[in-house]
Design a protein around this ligand. Structure first.
Ligand code: IPM
Ligand code: MG
Length: 360
């Protein structure tokens, strides 16, 4: 039997405690389905900085290179400590370097409002009653994130520049991921750009349309990014798969992550073309609630399900895990972030227990 090696980078804040539960749940799935995995821990973020003086030390990078997937927690520290070297550039140094090192071009961020958690959604009931189930596919290696950057002074004034560029191949790669994803869902892709203003967006739109020729069974629409932000709030039920560039995707995916009502619910995947990936919760390290056993482990647990599905092709395992999470929610178990009066309040570990019991 093939053993999958998983690099476990728990990071800072609530990262270690939700990761602990996610690994426990993952092991329970692996046991039930008679699979074989090996979880190997590495330091990242502030905790790596304390030990090695850098946020992504070479030993951690090597560990990732020797693994079949990266399970990532979260990095970053509390606001009042932001001035400490330990936290400066922490997120960008950890996460951008991993994206670049492993050519993780496609970022998949689902946003789903569970029927049983409708009350937690910040939108009005009449807007969400039909349910929300969309996924944002964000390009991760182009745009202003990795373009040339500079700052300079001229005539006593300060200037700065970030170059945002795209090649047609970069666009085509994520467009394909979007069409393939839509095929397994409701068959609709909304490509989001700013083609009324930007050259990169004009190229984006052209290449997405050309790529669409291989996916005639999928409906494609274009939408300008400002309108998309508005539509996500006014009528999010219209969306199935949204595909967009790096910076627009960063902003829209945070907007979408607000819809389920808690950042503790939403996982994400970043994949390269060999389906190697990094899997992490959408939320941050939440240092304000760290160490108290109250953080919601669901986003980290669902990140495990995405890893099973996308990197290992373990579809039954992923389905079972997602069903178990839904079952625990249906049966009223709630961590503090999603607690409502008629639910039963549980700790981080108890939520994981309730999910394990429902693995069937
Ligand atoms: C994200 C984050 C990162 C990004 C930051 C931490 C560099 O906001 O994953 O969305 O902008 O991509
Ligand atoms: Mg972001």
């Amino acid at each position: 039997m093939e053993t999958k090696t998983i690099a476990v980078l728990a990071g800072d804040g609530v990262g270690p405690e939700v990761m602990h539960e996610a690994v426990r749940v993952a092991n329970a799935v692996v046991e039930r389905f008679k699979r074989s995995t090996r979880f190997v821990e590495g330091l990242v973020g502030g905790s790596a900085f304390e030990e090695y003086g850098e946020h992504l030390p070479p030993t951690t990078l090597d560990l990732c290179k020797r693994s079949d997937a990266i399970l990532f927690g979260s990095v970053g520290g509390p606001l009042h400590q932001a001035h400490l070297p330990k936290w400066q550039g922490c997120e960008a140094n950890s996460i951008l370097a991993l994206r670049r090192n492993f050519a993780l071009a496609a970022n998949i961020r689902p946003a789903r409002v569970y029927q049983q958690l409708l009350a937690g959604c910040p939108l009005k009931n009449e807007i969400v009653s039909e349910g929300i189930d969309l996924v944002i596919i964000r390009e991760l290696l182009g745009d202003v994130y990795f373009g040339e950057k500079s700052t300079w002074s001229e005539g006593g004034r300060r200037y700065a520049r970030d170059v945002g560029a795209y090649s047609e191949d970069q666009v085509a790669v994520v467009a394909r991921v979007a069409f393939e994803t839509a095929r397994k869902r409701r068959g609709k892709v909304t490509s989001v750009d700013k083609a009324n203003v930007m050259q990169t967006s004009k190229l984006w739109r052209e290449v997405v349309r050309e790529t669409h020729r291989d996916y005639a069974d999928v409906i494609l629409e274009d939408m300008l990014v400002d309108n998309c932000a508005l539509q996500l709030v006014r009528n999010p039920g219209q969306f199935d798969v949204i595909v967009t560039s790096n910076l627009f995707g960063d902003i829209l995916s945070d907007l979408a992550a607000a819809l389920p009502g808690s950042l503790g619910l939403t996982p994400s995947a970043s994949l390269n073309d060999e389906r190697f990936g990094l899997f992490e919760p959408s939320g941050g390290s939440a240092p304000d609630i760290a160490g108290r056993g109250i953080a919601n482990p669901i986003a980290q647990i669902l990140s495990v399900a995405m890893m099973f599905r996308f990197s290992f092709d373990w579809v039954d395992e992923a389905d079972a895990l997602e069903r178990a999470v839904e079952g625990a929610l249906k049966d009223g178990y709630r961590t503090a972030d999603i607690f409502v009066a008629d639910g039963e309040k549980v700790s981080t570990a108890e939520m994981a227990d309730r999910i394990i019991e429902r693995l069937g």
